[in-house]
Design a protein around this ligand. Structure first.
Ligand SMILES: Cc1ncc(COP(=O)(O)O)c(C=O)c1O
Length: 282
């Protein structure tokens, strides 16, 4: 039986990350942290984006939350009104729709055809946008379909977004490191750097660093949006756990060997699974 439920890597968090958390706890880090994230982690996130060839962010354009989920919720809560529509590309991570509905927004599902690899096309996007569209939600690569986009495909979507300045793009890139066959993840913003005023990148430590239980996610986008999200978060949970933030800082700043190791282990399982499924069909 293969469990296709929770997206939970089955490794332990790398020892050097745990060690950093331990040291932070002993140093007396457990005080209320700033709502939008401790300075060291904010800088580590900014550096990570620089390494990735994404436009530069300043500290006021970054927020740290209790997992990527909270960052997504913060953004919706800060921006959705009763008439607001959020475009979801089916198949999609189920919680997106529920979050929009809980907050009184209208999830609009775009059926992305399997014969195009479940990809959103610029024609489908153009047809779905209305004066009420608040967000287009992209998940790159996608859970559950694994669909990824190259720079050209993202730039075609960017052309549509550019024509509709009332539309914001939330690009959930939490699976960016889990790409196979030497495919390189392309961020929506690196394909469309001039759209930084309309884009929120969402990411987190859960998947790439096997830190699901540490609950650290982050968002980077326009400063006024981040300010609104910080206000929301300050009423709900305050800043994310300071010890976990120290651990996340080490994860992003230290050499990325463990990420490569996990990725190759995932790739081996995918190859194994495809052999098993071919065998069972023979
Ligand atoms: C597409 C996607 N986005 C966001 C999340 C939430 O991640 P986090 O653990 O950082 O809240 C998940 C978790 O499974 C996910 O699959």
């Amino acid at each position: 039986m293969i469990n296709l439920g929770l997206g939970e890597p089955d490794f332990d968090t790398p020892a050097h990350i745990v060690e950093t958390a331990y040291k932070a706890a002993k140093l007396g880090e457990p005080r209320y942290p700033p709502t939008d994230g401790i300075a060291a982690l904010t800088l580590a996130i900014i550096d990570k984006f620089k390494r990735d060839d994404t436009p530069n962010f300043s500290p006021s354009e970054v927020i740290v939350g209790n997992g990527a989920k909270q960052v997504i919720f913060d953004a919706f809560m800060a921006t959705l009104e009763n008439t607001s529509e959020v475009l979801l590309c089916a198949p999609y991570f189920g919680q997106y729709k529920d979050m929009v509905s809980i907050l009184g927004g209208r999830p609009i599902v775009i059926d992305c055809p399997p014969d195009n690899g479940f990809r959103l096309t610029h024609e489908l996007l153009e047809a779905a946008i209305t004066p009420h569209t608040r967000w287009l939600l992209l998940n790159l690569p996608s859970n559950p379909s694994g669909t990824s986009y190259d720079a050209q495909q993202l730039s075609e979507l960017g052309d549509v977004v550019r024509r509709h300045p009332h539309v914001l793009v939330m690009s959930d890139e939490i699976y960016e490191d889990i790409t196979f066959d030497n495919k390189k993840h392309v961020s929506f913003l690196s394909a469309n750097p001039d759209l930084s005023g309309q884009v929120l990148i969402v990411n987190g430590l859960s998947k790439a660093y096997t830190m699901t239980g540490w609950r650290i996610g982050y968002g980077a986008g326009p400063a006024p949006l981040i300010k609104g999200m910080t206000k929301v978060q300050s009423q709900i949970s305050s800043g994310a756990c300071s010890v976990a933030q120290a651990a996340a800082t080490a994860a992003l700043n230290d050499p990325q060997n463990s990420v490569a190791l996990f990725k190759s282990a995932f790739e081996e399982s995918v190859i194994w699974l495809s052999k098993v499924s071919k065998g069972s069909m023979a």
